[in-house]
Design a protein around this ligand. Sequence first.
Ligand SMILES: NC(=O)c1ccc[n+]([C@@H]2O[C@H](COP(=O)([O-])OP(=O)(O)OC[C@H]3O[C@@H](n4cnc5c(N)ncnc54)[C@H](OP(=O)(O)O)[C@@H]3O)[C@@H](O)[C@H]2O)c1
Length: 175
Amino acid sequence: MRVVLIAVQSLDGFITRHDRPGAGFASAADQAHFRAALPEFDCAVMGRVTFETAHASGPALANPVRRRVVLTRTPGRHAASAVPGALEFTSAGPAEIIAKLRSDGCRACALLGGGQVHRLFLAAGLVDEVWLTVEPRLFGGGTPLLAGPADVALELRSHALLDANTLLLKYAVRR
Ligand SMILES: NC(=O)c1ccc[n+]([C@@H]2O[C@H](COP(=O)([O-])OP(=O)(O)OC[C@H]3O[C@@H](n4cnc5c(N)ncnc54)[C@H](OP(=O)(O)O)[C@@H]3O)[C@@H](O)[C@H]2O)c1
């Protein structure tokens, strides 16, 4: 199963503008790219904060991916919202999560953040590709793309302009 980290960031590497939750700074072009990309994934993994932020933003940001796995250290707290096979809350480690999705027949997993979850899966060597939209913004602060140190080498596979100012970079993780 292929695991693809998908994110939009400012030029200086922040996935939120300061302490404002969500990616409200993303251009219309990035939002269109994100919506168009998601249907090619049959599962998605994200952190509890990202899940709740998207949920609070309403149906416009609802994730169309069939099966969603949300990382939390307290899955029991979310038991009432869980839907087996469609929306799961887990405290399992990244390798266990990916192994389970793979054994259930999933073929493509979108890793949807946020910074803590990006770092966890990259550090575990479980990410195959990084699709990064770079918006022409400088924030100087916010949630970083990776919450903590990491050292991951990438190979640029493609680059495209989504509009006059917004760049989409697709990388493979170098093994
Ligand atoms: N621009 C973008 O592309 C983009 C993408 C995604 C998210 N975002 C934004 O980024 C922000 C969220 O990022 P974030 O880094 O603060 O949070 P996050 O990665 O979405 O979630 C962090 C949460 O994940 C759970 N978690 C982390 N490590 C874990 C582990 N080892 N085991 C089990 N659970 C674990 C914990 O949940 P509990 O506290 O429940 O234990 C933790 O609070 C939001 O504002 C979101 O909208 C932006």
